[in-house]
Design a protein around this ligand. Structure first.
Ligand code: GYE
Length: 322
């Protein structure tokens, strides 16, 4: 349907070497027919971002002639581990996945390593000391995204400002890092305070529910910082239901910049969005081909992204692809 942007990211070479020091490559790396097979263990279908990410991976696998085995873990680590084990059994050429949470991956990734199947992390990373468990990590700098959100608030807040935070999935890299980067920046202004912070699981319904509770328990809320658009959109519903005006009575900052978020920004209901680009499919397939060919790949590939104000959203919306 839609053509993919191919210039979404820049390659940052933190190291000229692959993350795997052993240099054992991908084995034969392809099935008997010579076709590369990829087992992809997706997080779930929790947000507009995820929908766009899944489509990008499916479209670009097709375009690259890579046979894709795709699974949706419904935001549960145990499901992702099961999917990875089944890909090992099926002897795929490459396993790629977006880890729902940061920790608890070493055992299953050691199994993949023993089977000589290379692993590529995409979108979210893992927290492990053993960098030989994966070849490369392709995705955004989530701490930087949090910093951009914090910078905007520091520049735009006037007087004592009470913030409520809607966190992403507990234990997920983007939830941990977006919180961290934001806190780092607002620390410079003592009158900006996070008065409540809770997970909305990156979903619209989660954001709505948590915001309803915040509106009841917090006497003064000036700003919502939501770790993604979907939770921000859920918060908008809760704010309206409480008889307040989103974007005016309560300002809203989100991350992602998917179409629904950008529309709300252009309409004045969200005040600022930090972009996080989901179109990782093309780069993932390029990296996969290199890894299978035994070529060296950078250990980290960072996605390039910006931010949007309400005026910028109005201009960008007609060309927005997702
Ligand atoms: O921001 C959120 C999704 O991991 C970057 O996951 C991704 C995040 C994205 O559910 O909308």
């Amino acid at each position: 349907m839609l053509k993919k942007i191919t210039t979404v990211a820049s390659v940052v070479l933190l190291s000229a070497l692959t993350a795997c020091g052993s240099g054992d490559g991908a084995g034969t790396g392809s099935s008997g027919s010579g076709t590369i097979t990829m087992g992809f263990a997706q997080v779930g279908a929790e947000s507009g971002w995820r929908t766009a990410n899944t489509k990008s991976i499916q479209d670009e696998a097709k375009a690259a002639g890579i046979e894709l085995k795709f699974s949706d873990a419904q935001q549960k680590q145990e499901n992702q581990i099961k999917a990875i084990r089944s890909y090992i059994q099926q002897k795929v050429s490459v396993i790629a996945f977006s880890p729902v949470v940061e920790t608890g991956w070493d055992t299953v990734l050691q199994e993949a390593k023993r089977a000589n199947i290379p692993v590529i992390l995409t979108d979210r990373s893992i927290d492990s000391d053993d960098t030989s468990l994966y070849k490369t990590f392709l995705g955004s700098d989530f701490v930087e995204e949090g910093r951009k959100a914090g910078d905007w608030l520091v520049a735009n807040a006037s007087g004592p400002t009470n913030v409520v935070e809607l966190q992403g999935t507990t234990g997920a890299a983007p939830a941990i890092d977006r919180k961290k980067g934001f806190e780092e920046k607002i620390a410079s202004k003592s009158d900006i305070k996070v008065v409540a912070s809770q997970t909305g699981d990156f979903t619209r319904s989660g954001g709505k529910q948590v915001m309803e509770a915040f509106l009841k328990s917090q006497p003064k809320i000036d700003v919502v910082y939501a770790h993604n658009d979907d939770m921000g959109l859920g918060a908008i519903e809760a704010i309206k239901a409480a008889g307040k005006v989103p974007g005016k009575d309560i300002k809203i900052i989100t991350v992602d910049a998917v179409k629904d978020g950008m529309q709300a920004l252009a309409n004045g209901e969200i005040n600022f969005i930090v972009e996080c680009n989901p179109l990782l499919g093309k780069q993932l397939m390029d990296l996969t081909k290199k890894v299978v060919a035994g070529e060296q790949v950078p250990e980290r590939v960072v996605t390039e992204e910006g931010t949007f104000t309400q005026e910028q959203a109005k201009t960008a919306l007609p060309q927005r692809q997702y």
